[in-house]
Ligand binder design. Sequence first.
Ligand SMILES: Cc1cc2nc3c(=O)[nH]c(=O)nc-3n(C[C@H](O)[C@H](O)[C@H](O)COP(=O)(O)O)c2cc1C
Length: 208
Amino acid sequence: MPTLLHIDSSPLYGRSVSRQLTGAFVTEWQSSHPGGKIIDRDLYATAIPPVTADWVAAAYTPEESRTPAQKELLALSDTLVAELEQADEYVFGVPMHNFGVPSVLKLWIDQIARVGRTFSYANGTPKGLLTGKKATFIIATGGFYDPQTRMASFNFVEPYLRSVFAFLGVTDVTFLTAGGTSALNSGQDRDTFLAPHLHAVQTQAHAI
Ligand SMILES: Cc1cc2nc3c(=O)[nH]c(=O)nc-3n(C[C@H](O)[C@H](O)[C@H](O)COP(=O)(O)O)c2cc1C
């Protein structure tokens, strides 16, 4: 039975577009994968510290040589990496914050990019170790960043996620973007706005 890892990173909860869309994705995935397992990881409900020099030293110390204190430092990272290893498919809800990913998602990425666990440098060549996975990124942006538009080069969300996940071995990726959510703040009907995006995420959840 497949396992889906569901990660949200919007602080807006009930008002969040990305959370509503990942929720619809998960509901559809559940009905088209009966018996499938879901792991929920809410990055706003997880206290993720920035990495420190001691954390880096622990990560680069061979597992069998780590002190109890180093093991403790890596405990959260180990849990988050295990979720990625256990799941076959990933769905991420990602709000654009200041043209990039939200800080909680960057903190999570720093915890899961682990030498020997999610990537290696055998023979000096980087190799991603999260192979055979599929990822769907559901992005919400206040403005529009479609290719060929004036603001396209300001979009650091999709290129960044594409690069990081390729580095980790996840190359089967799909990006679905709900652009122009700022219209919801100036009277646009939410259901009307969301309808095509709900259709797109449900179609994707059914297809994978
Ligand atoms: C702190 C913050 C920074 C934001 N920065 C941008 C931005 O750089 N570009 C943009 O188009 N929208 C920006 N927005 C708007 C969000 O991308 C938009 O509200 C989107 O719907 C967020 O996803 P969510 O509804 O899932 O939280 C920002 C919103 C917040 C709260």
